[in-house]
Design a binder for this molecule. Sequence first.
Ligand SMILES: Nc1nc2c(ncn2[C@@H]2O[C@H](COP(=O)(O)OP(=O)(O)OP(=O)(O)O)[C@@H](O)[C@H]2O)c(=O)[nH]1
Ligand SMILES: [Mg+2]
Length: 451
Amino acid sequence: METIASIATAPGEAGIAIVRVSGPEALPILSKLFRKRAKGSWQSHRLAYGAFLADGEEEEGMAVFMRAPNSYTREDVAEIHCHGGGIPARRVLAAACAAGARLAEPGEFTKRAFLNGRVSLDQAEAVMELISARSERAARNALRHMGGALARRVAAAQERLLDIAAALEAFIDYPGEDEEIERSALGQAMAGIGPMQEELEAALRSSRNAELLSEGLSIVLFGSPNAGKSSLLNRLLDEERAIVSASPGTTRDVLRETVSLDGLPVRLIDTAGLREGAEEAERIGIERAGRELERADIRLLVLDGTRQLWEQAHLVKREEGGAPLVIALNKSDLPALFGQEELLALCPGAFVAKTCAKSGEGVPALREALRGIALREGSPEGAVLHSARQRTAAEEAVRALARARAALREGLMDCAALDVREAWRALGLITGSSAEEKLIDRIFERFCLGK
Ligand SMILES: Nc1nc2c(ncn2[C@@H]2O[C@H](COP(=O)(O)OP(=O)(O)OP(=O)(O)O)[C@@H](O)[C@H]2O)c(=O)[nH]1
Ligand SMILES: [Mg+2]
């Protein structure tokens, strides 16, 4: 195994920079580069003051040696802390390479941690997630993923699959010997595979939502012309973005804007007011509104309180069982022709907020409700699979399990056993226990240098 070295800190002006060395030669290289002030041999995990030698000059710094296996890579690791700013670190790195180390590739330290069994592939991905996190929330999620809960669950599921495969294979090897054995193998397989498939499908669903959450869920504003949709959008954005006018049919094109609801990004989508008998341009706008509504993560219906409820009731009932419905009962500053109670009788369970888009009254409560629903819909805490790669592997496992069930129903035990083994392999891709070298390389290539 070669010894690798890299600058572990970000480039640019800074107080200190750290050069990291990992591999069997870490200690000899460190001893060559760095002169400890205190006499005696290197103690593991103790920071030492001293000076490193570069181009025949001494420069003060600190260094630490971490003996295998108690290090990030599970190999001997040395870290040299020098002055920041790039030049000192580059000099230390050059000296390390002159002393026998080779430049590390991006992600190679973490790759070694994986290859040496310290972390699973999903945990390594979480490390990357953490260092590229741009928000508190993303960082907290990454830390949770690093905990290894997913790897443990996958390992347990794989274990169960191996048991099932073994039971099926035992039967295949001795067919017809004993009906009792056949029934028990079948029963065990059926009882094990079904729930596992369902569990995986649920994990896939929640992960898709979590991804949505980080991109921003879509909230589509819809309603009758002139209800105040564009005015409300402007309020929610705190900006005069959409054209507002007293004539119905003002908005035609779909308008999208991203807004942060207390740190939670969402996409607000304003649409044309829905009505029959509009002229061509408006009609196209209405068709587009319909398509946006079908894809909405949350539907925000804006009702005009100064118009009869029955004129707008068809909007309330639209698409039951679709995306969650939030209702803004708008123009609360004017005398209302109907109230919240009549509305709730039409659509029990919807959230209704009285708003005045003109003055902004009631908009904070609406914003809070939208935020709560977006969080509930996305719920990243519940997400189990954290990357597209992990989801692809889980989808593959689901397909294999579905095939296995179908084969069992047909009594094709040998096919079922193969499919169960296939599901086992697909699950192993998540944690890396069955991943091939090429895949592993691809994952770590995306890391930054020094990690
Ligand atoms: N009094 C009052 N007027 C409002 C309120 N909200 C909107 N309006 C007025 O209602 C009219 C229509 O507002 P818009 O925001 O353009 O309505 P819209 O739903 O986007 O209309 P379309 O784009 O035509 O479908 C404008 O004259 C607004 O000033 C409100 O809360 N109270
Ligand atoms: Mg409008």
